[in-house]
Design a protein around this ligand. Sequence first.
Ligand code: GLC
Length: 549
Amino acid sequence: MKRNSSHVSLASEAEINLDLSRLVIDKPRFTLERKRSFDEQSWSELSHRQNDGFDSVLQSPAFPSGFDSPFSMGTHFGGPHPLVNEAWEALRKSVVYFRGQPVGTIAAVDHASEEVLNYDQVFVRDFVPSALAFLMNNETDIVKNFLLKTLHLQSSEKMVDRFKLGAGAMPASFKVDRNKKRNTEHLVADFGESAIGRVAPVDSGFWWIILLRAYTKYTGDVSLSESPECQKCMRLILNLCLSEGFDTFPTLLCTDGCSMIDRRMGIYGYPIEIQALFYMALRCALQMLKPDGEGKEFIEKIGQRLHALTYHMRNYFWLDFHQLNNIYRYKTEEYSHTAVNKFNVIPDSIPDWVFDFMPCRGGYFLGNVSPAMMDFRWFALGNCIAIVSSLATPEQAVAIMDLIEERWDELVGEMPLKICYPAIENHEWRIVTGCDPKNTRWSYHNGGSWPVLLWLLTAACIKTGRPQMAKRAIELAESRLLKDGWPEYYDGKLGRFVGKQARKFQTWSIAGYLVARMMLEDPSTLMMISMEEDRPVKPTMRRSASWNA
Ligand code: GLC
């Protein structure tokens, strides 16, 4: 593992003097009735080495002092699992080469499947867990090549019929087009013009920035992120989301299907997945943008947006028992600045299931908040990203993990992790999905269980000091994944059944498992995708501790 972070000169948030802690906010509205979690003694039981101070994440209150970072594979599990070798072998089979160089991994290597659709492509979001696995294995070239190839694809002209997309749009996926006669190869990207539903992936650009930071943070090589091409690429992506318009909210307005959930699922508006990735990408960009010329302007804009976004998300998207009770008692039709029910949410619109689902201990970020609309569904990706990016306050992060613990059967069941909870059924399914036969109740995006989410759950567990919870989830996955041929997703309330139309040998199921296991074996690797808490920063500090440790 490379640790020459002394070379790293990425600007920290300290340098631009952004003090997010001032932004917040009302005192947390929930009291933490901390009952003893099954993880409270975990770190001391699992730890064997001294914390090397590698990342301040590991010095956060979530980590008791003396937390260590066991490097040897298999420490937590009593020896390497046979699945690990199988997984690496399968992951390697998914590598895509372009002109002799590895540039990504194909979405699924499922020879048995009749329909290939676009699963033979390299998806930007799907490649992220593969990239993290390769980085952790010190195979950094494939990640660098991927970042550069997608960056070059960004500069191509993107048309949907006769409409030209913004310059900053990043592809959902790409493939290598081979002309055997001429012996040539070129890359063909899909920015949404071929995608089912013709939706552009809003998440791709954010994942690209997040991955660039992970690469830089892990390798200590700043030459890539500081290159004029990467600086420009970041500015173009940010330009798409920081431009002024008619918005009254700092969150990003999106169409349905613009992220991992890439079909109509009623997430149009301000979906949590995009807001959490947006927040994280802004913070990553802030560390990497050079404060010269155009970069300076973007740094200022990002600071302002983060200020408003943090406030909005932590206040209006947060739901716990107390807040649910407030909403339940909301008055409506309030006009003026003094309104408590700012978005005019009608209490009758609260679905019945929430009252049973909401534990006394715990909370989560809502699926969506917009005028007169709250989507009360729980979404895994957005909530986990909120934890790793520190969009969630430390108290909120603890509460999200408490909720997962309290609602283990519903959210984890027999296969981690439910993409969203609960499923929509019957008439609602007809209206919301447009009768989508792939998104029937408890299947696929509609309450299906996705093994890829295991790495995000593990990262959230590590960040909040609950390794036993991650271990339990990983062991559940291990009992099925290989046997079932690494499915893309599972169906059913408990996630017991291999998904109806799930691909086998789905690469991000494989990579997600590897990343989860490696992260738990060596929690210091979390620093690749974890952002520090937004605690007050001393103005004299030139660089954040995490870069210098
Ligand atoms: C499905 C998923 C999407 C993923 C793609 C390739 O369309 O919904 O999130 O990127 O498959 O695996």
